[in-house]
Design a protein around this ligand. Structure first.
Ligand code: F6P
Length: 492
């Protein structure tokens, strides 16, 4: 919330047309002193723009049965959408996070397909669509976010054909072979086709979505536009990023430098600090990483006197059974590995099941010599980008799964297939032993890349392309067809 509202921070489209954002969660959390901004890149990207244009954000407060009146914070209108305790169970924990989430992440866990959960998902999506229909100014741009709200675009278009509607999926969109398992697959695709523009993190997500639309609805489509009866839906690739300036500024602060030295000292001044920072989610591959670390200690390729692992696992979706199982497994592994390799006062794995403040995370990134980001599947993975942005010293090595969206851009990381045990172990050893010259060269490449694609540029590009779908000179769409060179599926 403390971003300067410089004209540069505001996408051109936001200056000419009102913008309404909808996401499952509001960008604020209740605290003892009222409301304060939530952490997270999306909030930092979009709030300055909404603040500068008097924009609106529609979302849930994060608390069951909580229905505060709309309020304004720092020039942004916030419209809470109430979600009851039973809907939290059915719509959020159930359909969204026990049905869609595993299915969209390569079906890494069994999904629950339950008609009561589906009905709650429909009801909550209707409530969001109604709230948007009621409050969006005439001709506004509406930007809907993520898998919890995939039905909203169609529901909203049916009520408000004056609006220009965009949707961005933050997680992967699965191949049709997996998506086809979903009993309500047609309704989901129809929901998204209510948009003028649907955005994905990676080219594969866009390709999968178009293939699903063709299979299920026999719509006419090319590689970037689906032609519906009454409008076109453009499809594009917009890899999300981070607020690089914010991370760099925090990383450069004196407090961060002091904290970084303190962390190193507290860890016993090891030669190499390996670091993992993840929500405690089974998609993140935390267990694999721990097993690879243990195998290397066992083989002697890593040495507990010289190499220490810090694993931050942020609590998330704790009511969902797959998450409880994952936590038990990780904590069992941490206990077993520490039991075998730690020394008095010097655990070989420092495990924090906590939500750390942003400043502390940045200090940890700076202290980390080798960052391990090893998800089985991840929409983007902003931790990988934050690590590189925080390394203003130009040093540090990123080990990155090929299955994270970030791998498309961060090609100077040590890229690895985390399903391959030995390859993961070798990648860790390569990172730990990498010569300073190569480390610095790779880190310079990573930092150049993330500087080129800041989160503000991401929002600007999405909104500009969304507005371009309204071009009246463009044939083939009641709203207009985008320039294919602009919404190419080969990413940014
Ligand atoms: O990555 C998808 C996402 O929904 C993010 O937008 C969010 O930060 C994270 O997962 C956690 O989501 P939640 O706590 O709302 O379930």
């Amino acid at each position: 919330m403390n971003q300067p509202d410089t004209p540069d921070a505001v996408p051109a489209v936001a200056r000419s047309r009102p913008i309404v954002v909808a996401a499952n969660r509001l960008p604020v959390m209740r605290t003892d002193d009222g409301w304060s901004p939530s952490p997270g890149g999306l909030v930092r990207a979009l709030l300055p723009m909404l603040r500068a244009t008097g924009g609106t954000w529609v979302g849930w407060s994060g608390n069951p049965d909580d229905a505060p009146e709309p309020f304004e914070l720092d020039g942004v209108d916030l419209h809470p959408v109430p979600i009851s305790a039973s809907e939290v169970e059915l719509y959020y924990e159930g359909f969204s996070n026990d049905g869609l989430w595993p299915l969209y992440h390569d079906a890494l866990r069994e999904s629950t397909y339950d008609s009561d959960q589906w009905e709650a998902y429909v009801a909550v999506n209707e409530r969001f669509a109604q709230a948007l229909a009621d409050i969006a100014p005439t001709d506004a741009i509406v930007w809907i976010h993520d898998y919890q709200l995939q039905l909203v675009p169609k529901m909203l278009r049916e009520q408000r054909c004056d609006l220009t509607i965009g949707f961005f999926l933050h997680i992967p969109f699965p191949p049709y072979e997996l998506f086809a398992r979903l009993p309500w697959r047609t309704e989901i695709v129809e929901g998204l086709l209510g948009c003028d523009l649907v955005g994905f993190q990676r080219p594969m997500g866009a390709t999968n979505f178009i293939a699903s639309a063709q299979q299920l609805l026999e719509v006419d489509a090319d590689d970037h536009v689906v032609h519906n009866a009454d409008h076109d839906t453009h499809v594009g690739v917009f890899p999300i990023s981070i607020d690089v300036g914010d991370v760099e500024a925090t990383a450069a602060g004196r407090a961060t430098r002091q904290r970084m030295s303190q962390i190193r000292a507290r860890l016993g001044d090891p030669e190499v600090i390996l670091l993992g920072v993840d929500r405690l989610d089974y998609t993140k591959g935390i267990g694999l990483r721990l097993r690879a670390f243990a195998a290397l200690l066992e083989s002697g390729e890593l040495d507990p006197e010289r190499h220490v692992l810090v694993q931050v696992a942020t609590p998330t979706r704790e009511a969902v059974e797959h998450y409880q199982d994952e936590r038990h497994e990780i904590e069992r592994l941490v206990g077993a590995i520490n039991g075998r390799y730690s020394r008095i006062g010097l655990p070989v794995i420092h495990y924090l099941y906590q939500t750390l403040p942003f400043d502390e995370l940045i200090a940890l990134y700076r202290a980390g010599d080798v960052m391990l980001v090893t998800p089985f599947r991840d929409g983007m993975n902003l931790v990988a980008k934050e690590y590189a942005a925080a390394h203003i010293d130009g040093d540090g090595v990123l080990v990155l799964s090929e299955f994270a969206g970030a791998a498309d851009e961060l090609t100077d990381a040590v890229l690895v297939n985390p399903h391959d045990d030995r390859a993961l172990q070798e990648a860790i050893v390569t990172a730990v032993e990498m010569h300073r010259h190569e480390r610095r060269g790779r880190m310079a490449g990573l930092r150049d890349q993330i500087r080129k694609s800041d989160v503000k540029g991401w929002a600007d590009r999405f909104l500009a392309e969304l507005e371009a779908t309204d071009d009246p000179d463009d044939p083939g769409d009641t709203g207009g067809a985008a320039d294919p060179t602009v919404t190419a599926l080969d990413g940014s």
